[in-house]
Design a protein around this ligand. Structure first.
Ligand code: GDP
Length: 454
């Protein structure tokens, strides 16, 4: 079914010269508009899912020889009539054809408008439509997998179930409103409370999963910090397996931060090597130290490196205490193991939690990588079946949570009409994610289950 009246056109392949360019038209007039500039078969008489060779003509002028793919709605991506013109990939040809199609009645499509139409026409729900964008943008196996799961409806299914339960709840309260004078309670308040608690817990877990989902999608911000000369730059090089950061003997030379991306098992870790932490005396260093603390607070993971041959236990304890940041997982790395005897290694402070390496000799670097992956991803993954990766979903979930909290708070005190309002609001925010229309759902549920002929 076509809900939109106009026909849109845009280049579907990247702009710039290529072997071919694909121009897409979607809308009720897609086929007739294409037919009006096509010299070949009469496109209006062709079956869906067919290919047609011919020329695009502007009056007498032949613009290009092309192949047209024809999809008759609703059997298309947007469920509208869709034409795809494969032409030669010159910017001039592409622009001329698009201009011509616009002259013949099409309109230039806005960003994402084809997928928007797919959603409006019921081909995809909102979170699935968003997954299409994520899939196109995915740059690692992990982000591609999450987008694909969302596209297949994993995320939407879970939310749809939650909404279903809420709708039932809302219907009962709505019924009470209809029988207001009789002072009846259809909705058992204890059961309702229990239901809301369950839903809030699931929503809370989805909200929590955002941090991890976002990390998998966009990369985990990771800071390497430690005292000057602890071996931070050397470790960064060892992890990246290249000579990128400047290594030097003079304390405090890594003055600016360096950012590199390390891929471990499909996850991008954005590594930030920072200026050393110590009581800085000169101004540049001070800025560096301040920046380190700032960077740590913006990160998910902190790799704290210390020089196992030099540091005293007081210094170590001091560092560990001052670097501890809520919400940031810390890995403690004892470096320069090559300078120590086995006995010295055994007596290292904090050996129980420190990962012992030699950055310079590249010893135990793979073990460290595996610990990085486990600390940032594996340990956090447990308990999350679905990951929220989209900020819009996160906001809608947070608003749902707020509304549900209001429902719980008001359950024993406010009247049914206020309760009903808060529940409707929660339904509305949940529906915002999948794009469902809440009021229709609600009404249908009431009428189909209770047959009130009002
Ligand atoms: P940063 O200031 O923390 O970035 O430290 P650097 O990476 O610049 O290293 C300081 C010095 O320690 C350099 O001379 C490195 O070669 C040396 N170094 C780093 N890691 C090791 C290691 O594992 N063993 C030994 N023996 N020296 C190291």
């Amino acid at each position: 079914m076509t809900q939109t009246e106009d026909t849109i056109v845009a280049l579907a392949t990247p702009s710039g010269a290529g072997a071919i360019g694909v121009i897409r038209l979607s809308g009720p007039d897609a086929i007739t508009i294409a037919n009006s500039v096509f010299k070949g078969k009469d496109l209006t008489k062709q079956a869906t899912h067919t290919l047609h060779y011919g020329s695009i003509i502007d009056g007498e002028l032949i613009l290009d020889e092309v192949v047209i793919s024809l999809f008759v709605g609703p059997k298309s991506y947007t469920r509208e009539n869709v034409i795809e013109i494969s032409c030669h990939g010159s910017n001039y040809i592409i622009e001329s054809i698009i201009k011509l199609l616009i002259k013949k009645g099409a309109r230039a499509a806005k960003a994402g408008e084809f997928t928007l139409r797919a959603f409006l026409n019921g081909q995809l729900d909102l979170s699935q439509a968003e997954a299409v964008a994520d899939l196109i943008a995915s740059n690692s196996k992990a982000s591609q997998q999450i987008a694909l799961q969302q596209l297949r409806g994993g995320f939407s299914n879970q939310l749809a179930q939650l909404r279903e339960q809420l709708v039932q709840f809302a219907s009962l309260i709505e019924l009470e409103l209809d029988f207001a004078e009789e002072d009846v309670e259809f909705a058992n308040r204890d059961q309702l409370k229990q239901l809301i608690h369950t839903i809030t817990r699931i929503i809370g877990s989805l909200i929590q999963s955002f941090e991890l989902g976002n990390a998998i999608k966009n990369g985990v911000n990771t800071v390497i910090a430690g005292r000057p000369n602890a071996g931070k730059s050397t470790l960064l090089n060892a992890l990246l397996n290249e000579e990128r950061a400047i290594v030097s003997h003079i304390a405090g030379t890594t003055r600016d931060t360096i950012e590199e991306v390390l891929n471990i098992q499909g996850i991008n870790f954005r590594l930030i090597d920072t200026a050393g932490i110590r009581e800085a005396t000169d101004t540049i260093e001070q800025i560096g130290v301040q920046r380190t603390m700032e960077k740590i607070s913006q990160s998910a993971l902190l790799i704290y490196v210390f020089d196992a041959a030099q540091i005293t236990i007081e210094e170590l304890n001091n560092d560990l205490e001052s670097l501890q940041t809520p919400g940031v997982t810390m890995l403690v790395v004892a470096n320069k193991a090559d300078l120590l005897s086995n006995e010295q290694l055994l007596n290292l402070p904090h050996t129980d939690k420190a990962i012992i390496i030699s950055a310079k000799e590249k010893q135990h670097i793979d073990e460290l990588k595996s610990k990085i992956y486990h600390a940032a991803i594996k340990e956090q993954l447990s308990g999350h079946e679905t990951l929220v990766t989209n900020i819009r979903h996160l906001e809608a979930l947070q608003k749902t949570e707020e509304s549900l909290t209001r429902v719980l708070d008001g359950m024993d005190t406010v009247t049914s009409d206020f309760l009903s309002m808060d529940i409707k609001q929660a339904l509305h925010y949940l529906g915002e994610i999948t794009g469902a229309v809440t009021t229709d759902d609600l009404l249908e549920n009431i009428f189909s289950k209770f047959c009130i002929g009002k």
